[in-house]
Design a protein around this ligand. Structure first.
Ligand SMILES: Cc1cc2nc3c(=O)[nH]c(=O)nc-3n(C[C@H](O)[C@H](O)[C@H](O)COP(=O)(O)OP(=O)(O)OC[C@H]3O[C@@H](n4cnc5c(N)ncnc54)[C@H](O)[C@@H]3O)c2cc1C
Length: 371
């Protein structure tokens, strides 16, 4: 029987970051991943590493993550193609412009350094943006990275510091004997620990429910595509106020675009769907005219957990001491994931998080019936 300080379920960016942070604090860790580390949302997402636009309650965590992203090579041995390119949020109407200005005002104390640009300033700095945009808000130090490189690298770095990372190890049974959790995987692995970290992404609700904390989480499937390599034009990652599409261009010239929702093939696999892909392409040509005629060479989607308020659950279980939850990132957990891992490790090591987490308590769903 393997006895450690903490067992982590899920090898996405949240679970692997927690494993790394725990090992850096000298704790022994087993991480159990059903498939491969980074094979779900954490490895297939758009790659936006963005603070701009998050609810204010997420900004302390997001700022903490921003600092971690700046140290990637030191922490995980690669830069993960992370660039602080800037994140440009476009407005298509004066109403949307007002919303961008309001956000810039209300987030002022958080260090995002937002610059609100009117139509003339936008045209002068980003001449490749389509006429449909009437202005924008620029966060100069936000950026993007390659999720396929970053998320597995957190797992590798944790393993190098002693974490036992078991892939193709689906957790099928969890019990608690009053002192320790006993966690069993389908392949026969059994581990005991006083701490259990529920980092199982869109599938984390079943463990929460087992411990008497059902949550109204549903799965969503953001649609994504990538174009053939094109001449370099976009020097920032972009989004649109009110949603719609987002786009960035990588060093090789391919443009990565996302928007809308695809559909599930089963509980763990998803496709973008033709209508979502066509809608991304339609909006892309309006907002980024240089993309007219560009070939999309691949489309994909992923499976992500969404709670009704689009905020994650992060923090201790209110029913089971030693159980920590971190899931439901609503299409925006890649940037904050490394900080979530750190706060989970902090809770194991010190009993509390130094970054405020009140807004993310699982108790906010206790009075809501789950259907
Ligand atoms: C297409 C797409 C685009 C996105 N774009 C962005 C973006 O640009 N910026 C951003 O910040 N966020 C983005 N996101 C969201 C972001 O990717 C996720 O919020 C984040 O990766 C969640 O990380 P995670 O570790 O919680 O979950 P996951 O990466 O889903 O990892 C959870 C892991 O748990 C494992 N697991 C589940 N059940 C078990 C079990 N019983 N036993 C063992 N293992 C189990 C799963 O196999 C999975 O690997 C996007 C998401 C998608 C799908």
């Amino acid at each position: 029987m393997n006895e450690v300080d903490a067992v982590i379920i899920g090898g996405g960016i949240v679970g692997t970051s927690a494993a790394l942070a725990l090992c850096r604090s000298g704790r022994s860790v087993v991480l159990l991943e059903r498939d491969f580390c980074g094979s779900h949302s954490s490895g297939v997402n758009y790659g936006g590493v963005r603070r701009q636009g998050r609810p204010l309650s997420q900004l302390p965590l997001s700022q903490r993550a921003h600092e971690i992203w700046g140290r990637l090579p030191e922490l995980i041995g690669i830069d993960g193609e992370y660039q602080r390119s800037g994140h440009l949020k476009l407005a298509r109407s004066f109403h949307d412009m007002a919303a961008l200005q309001d956000y810039a005002d209300s987030s002022r104390g958080f260090g995002l350094g937002l610059q609100v640009l009117d139509r003339g300033q936008l045209r002068a700095r980003f001449p490749w943006v389509g006429d449909v945009a009437v202005g924008a808000s620029l966060c100069p130090d936000d950026g993007h990275a390659n999720p396929r490189l970053v998320s597995p690298a957190f797992a590798r770095a944790a393993r190098q510091l002693g974490a036992q990372i078991h892939e193709q190890s689906a957790v099928t049974e969890v019990s608690h004997d009053g002192q320790r959790f006993e966690v069993r995987a389908a392949n026969g692995l059994t581990v005991r620990a006083p701490w259990l970290l529920n980092c199982a992404g869109a599938w984390a609700d079943s463990l929460a429910a087992q411990f008497g904390e059902p949550v109204p989480m549903h799965s969503g499937h953001p649609a994504m595509l990538v174009t053939e390599p094109l001449p370099r034009v976009m020097d920032v990652s972009t989004g649109v106020e009110g949603g719609g599409i987002y786009a960035r261009q990588v060093a090789r010239g391919n443009c990565v675009l996302g928007g809308g929702q695809g559909f599930a093939l089963d509980t763990a696999r998803a496709r973008p769907g033709q209508s979502a892909v066509l809608e991304i392409l339609r909006q892309a040509v309006e907002l980024y005219p240089f993309l007219e005629g560009a070939q999309a060479i691949r489309t994909w989607s992923g499976t992500e957990g969404y709670l009704p308020d689009r905020q994650p659950v992060i923090g201790p279980s209110s029913t089971q001491p030693g159980l920590l939850h971190a899931f439901g990132f609503a299409g925006a957990g890649f940037q904050i994931g490394p900080a979530v891992g750190e706060v989970l490790a902090e809770m194991v090591c010190t009993g509390a998080s130094s970054t405020p987490l009140e807004a993310f308590s699982i108790t906010r769903f206790h009075s809501i019936p789950v259907v």
